[in-house]
Design a protein around this ligand. Sequence first.
Ligand code: NIG
Ligand code: FE
Length: 410
Amino acid sequence: MSSQLIYNIGMLVTPEGNEARRGADQGRLKVLENAWIYLENGSIVACGDRNQPMTFGEKYDAGGRLVTPGLVDAHTHLIFGGWRQNELAMKIRNVPYLDILAAGGGILSTVKATHAATEEELANKAGRALDEMLSFGTTTCEAKSGYGLNKKEELKQLKVIKALNKNHPMDVVPTFMGAHALPPEFKENREGYLKLLCEEMIPAVAKQKLAKFCDVFCETGVFTAEESRRILQAGLDNGLIPKIHADEIDPIGGSQLAGEIGAISAEHLIVCPDAGIESMAQGGTIACLLPATSFYLNSTYAPARKMIEAGVPVAMASDFNPGSCPCLNLQLVMNLGCLKYRLTPEEVLTAVTLNGAAAIGMADRVGSIEAGKQGDLVIWDAPDLNYLCYRLGSNLVHAVVKKGNFYRGN
Ligand code: NIG
Ligand code: FE
């Protein structure tokens, strides 16, 4: 048995519990000063402060630094071939995201590059992205398929995710997103692709246990709310939990559908109407907000405060992908949560830890520093949480601890 004691923690800050925190609870954290954490076999056994001294284990001096739970990135499009730097000039000229997609660029150009890559190439590239995420403090992430858009290629992406989850220290949670765009060969035959998704791809993914969630891009020119309902229902019928990209550009009913169908999370929600917030509150759906995408698309920001006031738990994630957000740094996401959503550092920390974990069904294992959870922690070059949210553009990681193993930051 291995036992470790991380001591001389200047400040330990964590949300508590095994489920998403909503309303005023989103901003309530446990704070311990002069604290320690005791781990056995990579799991947290106890934590305390100077009033409850602990002396066992191999000792690690945190040097008076801030310690939080490892960050959880609940929304990434991790597996893709190529990049899309050629779109930058179009973005600068204000060519809309959906116009680039409609012209066969955007997601569809990444589909071509992903088809052209082997499983090994995709795994090597995504593995490097996971290394970078870990160096920025992320210890668990979700990863979507969605650059395959046919059965063979979607399964290829999901197999890469499975291999990464096994071989990389990061926990990587898989989502099937064959409904990311309409493939060009089905341009005149939407019904054909819907049938392929619902009757062949989803059952195959479920049978091979390659995904936990099913996600849909519910957007003008992509999938309507009714089509999204059908796809998510097929997922549910096959044991896949629904997620939905909703209200990113146009509010066409995605957030209302999320609550109605009991989606675990709805993503983006940049232009979420009040009816959508109401529906998510009713349905127990977590709002998974992606402020770095708003920044990158030069769009507006999701009504995060309204969501918290309505009792919708707010998570925040990177949306790492080659188009709308080529950024995997959750520290930047935290800055934007404060500066653009006007959330407090406490609400922001919950959003990128426990609520992110709940959005991917992992809140019983990660997302807080409590006995029984995995030993996933970040030791920050910061004295307190305010400092972490206030500094901009630096990597403040001192060390990352994943299941009790130490990884150095910058
Ligand atoms: O969440 N909106 C749809 N999917 C991604 C973008 C994917 C891409 O542009 O390649 C998103 O922003
Ligand atoms: Fe996305």
